[in-house]
Design a binder for this molecule. Sequence first.
Ligand SMILES: *[C@@H]1O[C@H](CO)[C@@H](O)[C@H](O)[C@H]1NC(C)=O
Ligand SMILES: *[C@@H]1O[C@H](CO)[C@@H](O)[C@H](O)[C@H]1NC(C)=O
Ligand SMILES: *[C@@H]1O[C@H](CO)[C@@H](O)[C@H](O)[C@H]1NC(C)=O
Length: 829
Amino acid sequence: MVPAWLLLLFLSVAQVFAKVQSAELYVEVPENYGGNFPLYLIKLPLPPEETEGEIVLSGTHDMAAEGPFAVDPESGFLLVTRALDREEQAEYRLKVTLETEDGRVLWGPQPVLVRVKDENDQVPHFSQFIYRVQLSQGTRPGIPFLFLEASDKDEPGTANSDLRFYILNQAPAQPSRDMFQLEPRLGALALSPEGSTSLDQAAEGPYQLLVQVKDMGDQASGHQATATIDVSIVENTWVPLDPIHLAENLKVPYPHHIAQVHWSGRDVRYHLESQPPGPFDVDAEGTLHVTGELDREAQAEYLLQVQAQNTRGEDYTEPLELRVVVADENDNAPVCPLRDSPVSIPELSPPGTEVTRLSAEDMDAPGSPNSHIVYQLLSPEPEEGADGRAFELDFTSGSVTLGDAPLRAAQNILLRVMAADRGGAEGSLSSTCEVAVTITDINDHAPEFTVSQIEPVSLPEDAEPGTLVATLMATDADLEPAFRLMDFAIEAGDVEGTFGLDWEPDSSHVELRLLKNLSYEAASSHKLVVVVRSVAELVGPGPGPGATATVTVLVEKLVPPPKLDQESYEASVPVSTPAGSLLLTIQPSDPISSPLRFSLVNDSEGWLCIKEVSGEVHIARPLQGAQPGDMYTVLVEARYEDEPTLSTSATLVIRFLKAPSAWAPTLNPVPTRHLCTPRQDHGVVISGPGEDPDLAGGHGPYSFALGPNPTVRRDWHLQALNGSHAYLTLALHWVEPREHIVPVVVSHDAQTWQLLIRVIVCRCNMEGQCMRKVGRMKGMPTKLSAVGILVGTLMAIGIFLIFIFTHLTLARKKDLDQPVESVPLKAAV
Ligand SMILES: *[C@@H]1O[C@H](CO)[C@@H](O)[C@H](O)[C@H]1NC(C)=O
Ligand SMILES: *[C@@H]1O[C@H](CO)[C@@H](O)[C@H](O)[C@H]1NC(C)=O
Ligand SMILES: *[C@@H]1O[C@H](CO)[C@@H](O)[C@H](O)[C@H]1NC(C)=O
């Protein structure tokens, strides 16, 4: 028997699933079915042609047998044989096959899912009959401190198991009837706002709550159960904490206990937050730890917030704040900031000038000894023998100032300063700061001339403008090129602007040049004062005397060359004119001009001589060789006595005339010779006595020797030329110029003669001619007296010699002034 609704159900489902043999068939069976059994569930889509096989029903999985299910072989319906309990088993998975006797599968397997449809046949249950809970004062309203648990075995997700919680009663109902609130769906018990307020004012309680749980959701009907909650009120132990001081770099085992918090309610979870994040945590007991070493320099202070939370992570109350202060340790040395450029200090800065201020930084706690820095100057050390230090250091401020010892420009100094913390006391850390200092040059040296008094400079009056007068050199002891630039000026002595200065901008020498014509009449000398100055502004004392140089310029007067009264001179002389005759006198054109000195330039024949001062021209020697009608031209030169460079010349033309017929030979019979002193290469040829044609008898060879007088032997030298002649020369370089009688001993065949040779020693002119001064010498014989002396001497020798002397005198026809070499001496014995 099949109920009508079941058939309808069958038709609808079977139509869907019959088409696909293997598709799972699904059917629901009401739980606790109260009707007749077997209950036909679903017609299986068996093949109509197969009639022989046996239908086999089997369970799947753990279900070994088919249980309360069977298949009606005739109708092909799946049926259930008894009432099913969903709470026992909610669904069944079946397989239907058509098999032969030997187990061959003819059809299937056909899976079938049977679900048991739930009925609200279960009552909800609290997890406990009595809940005991501590509630701390200070718990915020609405924050659940207890979660009620209840269960209902009906199918989850349906109204049959949809539970609601309610407070049925609160005892005591003081101070308010609604001290608590219970969240109906979750069973979360919390203080109501009124409850929170009254609890904070006074500790009440304990409270007992009767609570209910019921199913069917918000429907009025449903199964229900009750339980009791005992709520005891406890004091709030969530008290503020004092700040904690923790040493940095603390060497202890970690985690290290630092504080304890406690929330006295139940089901508390502690949660810690660190601001900024730090190595802190809190465990389930509310113990706070630091989990690693702290570094004050990285973070000096932390603010920890500890929260007491319920199981849902909601704060029971305000978080507790805990300030953690990291105590400093001297673990940082002072550090000097790096400088990229040296400090520049101008030279000559006064002592006390601040060079730099060291500002070492210490990362340790500011204001503590660990960051109290003091300084000590390590270098430069004071130089040996110096009065003081070049630098002074204030040990507290780190200010470096200049000391008493002077510094030179362009010096580079490396200051090394030790910076130590803890005021330099024990346990201090230190480092060395370096500061490069450069002493810059200032223009403190004035340029100076290397020579301030220049030798007087002579300039001819006609010196052309532009002529270089003098070059002055200056030096500047400064180092900076810009400070060495010089400016020159003529400060005094040049009102007319006759002189000018010329220099290259970066040069240290200046040229003094003439700019205008000089005039001896206007100024015969100029005393010029030249100054040199630094182009850049000078620092310190002004220029000294070295910045001035004095140049004296002497103007040379322009003297015209001497002028003679005639441009050329002429004279006519007979060829027989004797030596010493005056020809003419050469005179300056202006008798009052400065005195002149005259000379003959090219008197190659030596016929003439001129008086140097008076300009008288005389015949110097007999005009031998001059032919009447010839002309002889010589050049006469005249110079200023005091200005020998200025000269003029004129020609002197001599015309030779025939000798007048009545010519009386000048008696000049005395043989005389001259030799020059200082010695020239002349000598006197002496002939032996045999040469005289009047002398009968013996002819050479003769031998010649000087007389025995040592003075004679010292002064003279005699050399035999051949058997009849000898050559007499000066032995000394200098023999007194005067007349000398030289005794010469001539011997031949045991015969001996003594010759007395008269020689005049005189100063000579260039041509080897005796200068006339000899004639004026006191005691010097004239030609006539010389003859007398010789005659006297010869007479004194003896009668024998007189005879020979007569011959000698008569034979003297040749001029004794003739050059000696060319005239052989005829001496008589
Ligand atoms: C300077 O002297 C030269 C030659 O002596 C002359 O030619 C020129 O005119 C003179 N200049 C002045 C300005 O007197
Ligand atoms: C001397 O010099 C003048 C001028 O040069 C010349 O005419 C004359 O012939 C010279 N006299 C002798 C002797 O050389
Ligand atoms: C000896 O020398 C003189 C001068 O040189 C000369 O005149 C003379 O003839 C010479 N006599 C003999 C014999 O050679």
